[in-house]
Structures are given as structure tokens and as C-alpha cells.
Design a protein around this ligand. Structure first.
Ligand SMILES: Nc1ncnc2c1ncn2[C@@H]1O[C@H](COP(=O)(O)OP(=O)(O)OP(=O)(O)O)[C@@H](O)[C@H]1O
Ligand SMILES: [Mg+2]
Length: 231
């Protein structure tokens, strides 16, 4: 359902060139929970941004549910992104003037499919444990609650893939643990593929796959021993 082929991203020109992603190739199945780990500056966010269609690769291909996304023009890319992908960031990025419920509804309104929107949003908010926070303004809830709301918002369009860049990076360890367990249970419940960038490998316990990035190169599982020496 996600296939990455020879994906590379070069930032800058001439002497300032940075090869942020170097010929990554892998594929993921539906419902898998996948961690992306690696040191700061190794290329984790770059990879996530390519999969999230937030930026275009210099080379290579990203197939999502069989669609070659590198062939989509800018207009098609944004509707494809809205339909197929959900995003959770380090900071919840909720709009503070809106209620929690309204924040969760936003991506659905943008997608323009409003049939059962409010019912779906309420159900999602219940499953992330925010049944009694829905009508509060988003700036009146805690960091952990905001991240739960962000998870509900990321799932409202029933995406194929949910992308999370350091979703627990801004939380204390007890709250992180709860958010990690919540993401794992939501992935299983809805059979979404979750791709999660984290510095916090231990918190996640058992996952389906770990991709380690080192100097822009992606390795499935842990680093091969000859690369480990260089860390
Ligand atoms: N927009 C950009 N323009 C130029 N260089 C960039 C840009 N974004 C990232 N880079 C460079 O690409 C490399 C990979 O960056 P990236 O943000 O993917 O790292 P990361 O693994 O997410 O790091 P961190 O753990 O600190 O978030 C780094 O050398 C970075 O400086
Ligand atoms: Mg990053």
C-alpha cells in the first residue's frame, strides 16, 4: 500500500548541496506500525515529508495505494493528500479559537464530504478519551489532551496512512506513554498504517517495523554493524 522506490532528496545547490535522503527503497503493508529512528539531521523528517506529499523528491517514486504520486500535479496532490493521509505533529497545531470538536471536523470540511462528519468526529473523540472535552476551546485543554485531539483530527478522513513526526516530543514521559498506547490501539482498531518518527524507541515496545536512517540512507531494522560504528 506504500511503496518507496529509490527516493532521494537534495536540498540546496552547488557547494551548499545536502543529500538529505539517499536512494531509499522499502514498502509497507496496510495496518503496520512503523517507526523511523535515527540521529538528529539524519533525514527522518525529510522522508516523512516526501511520503506525506508535503515536498517533492529530487529522484525516485512514492506509490500510495497503487497511485504513482510523483505523477500528480499540484492541484491533484492536495486533494489526494487530504483523502489518503493523516498528520500528527510534535505540537498539536490546533486552532485555539475553535472548539476541540470543530478542530477535528476541519479536515473533513476541507475534503467536502460532510455526510456523517459530526457523528464521526464525536465517535473519534470518544475513542481517544475526550468525550468530556469536545466543546472546550482548543487552548483550554492540556498538552496530552491536545495531542489526543490531534490524533482524532488526523484520523477523521479515514486515511490510508497516518504520519506522525515526534508526536510525543513535547510531552512528559507518563503522558508520552499514554499517547503511544493510544496510537497503537487506534492503528489496530481502524487498520491504519502508522509511520512515526521518534527519538523514543523504548516507549513503543513491539512494533511491526523499524526503519533506521543514517546520513539519508534508510535501513530496515537496526543499522548493519559496519554502520553502527559510525554513529
Ligand atoms: N528545507 C531545507 N533546506 C535545506 N536543508 C534542509 C532542509 N530541510 C532539511 N535540511 C537538511 O537535510 C538534512 C536532514 O534533515 P531532516 O530535517 O530530515 O533531519 P531529521 O532526521 O528530521 O532531524 P531531527 O531529528 O533533528 O528532526 C539535514 O542536514 C538538514 O540540515
Ligand atoms: Mg525532524
Amino acid at each position: 500500500m506504500l511503496e518507496i522506490q529509490n527516493l532521494s532528496k537534495i536540498y540546496g545547490e552547488g557547494e551548499n548541496q545536502v543529500k538529505a535522503l539517499d536512494n531509499a527503497t522499502f514498502s509497507l503493508e496496510k495496518g503496520e506500525i512503523v517507526l523511523i529512528v535515527g540521529s538528529s539531521g539524519s533525514g527522518k523528517s525529510t522522508l516523512l515529508n516526501m511520503i506525506g506529499l508535503l515536498d517533492r523528491p529530487t529522484n525516485g517514486k512514492v506509490f500510495i495505494d497503487g497511485t504513482d504520486t510523483t505523477k500528480l500535479d499540484d492541484g491533484k496532490i492536495s486533494s489526494f493528500r487530504n483523502k489518503k493521509l493523516g498528520f500528527i505533529f510534535q505540537f498539536s497545531n490546533l486552532l485555539s479559537d475553535l472548539t476541540v470538536l470543530e478542530n477535528v471536523l476541519l479536515p473533513r470540511q476541507i475534503a467536502g464530504t460532510n455526510g456523517s462528519a459530526e457523528k464521526d468526529a464525536r465517535e473519534l473523540l470518544i475513542s481517544v478519551g475526550l468525550e468530556d472535552q469536545m466543546n472546550k476551546r482548543a487552548n483550554k485543554i492540556s498538552g496530552g489532551q491536545a495531542q489526543r485531539a490531534a490524533i482524532a483530527r488526523g484520523l477523521i478522513n479515514n486515511p490510508s496512512i497516518v504520519l506522525a513526526d515526534e508526536p510525543t516530543g513535547n510531552l512528559d514521559s507518563v503522558t508520552s506513554e499514554k499517547i503511544v498506547q493510544l496510537m497503537k490501539s487506534m492503528a489496530k482498531k481502524f487498520n491504519h498504517t502508522f509511520i512515526i518518527v521518534t527519538h523514543d524507541r523504548q516507549h513503543f515496545g513491539e512494533v511491526d517495523k523499524v526503519i533506521t536512517i543514517k546520513d539519508g540512507r534508510a535501513f530496515e531494522g537496526n543499522l548493519p554493524p559496519e554502520m553502527e560504528v559510525l554513529t
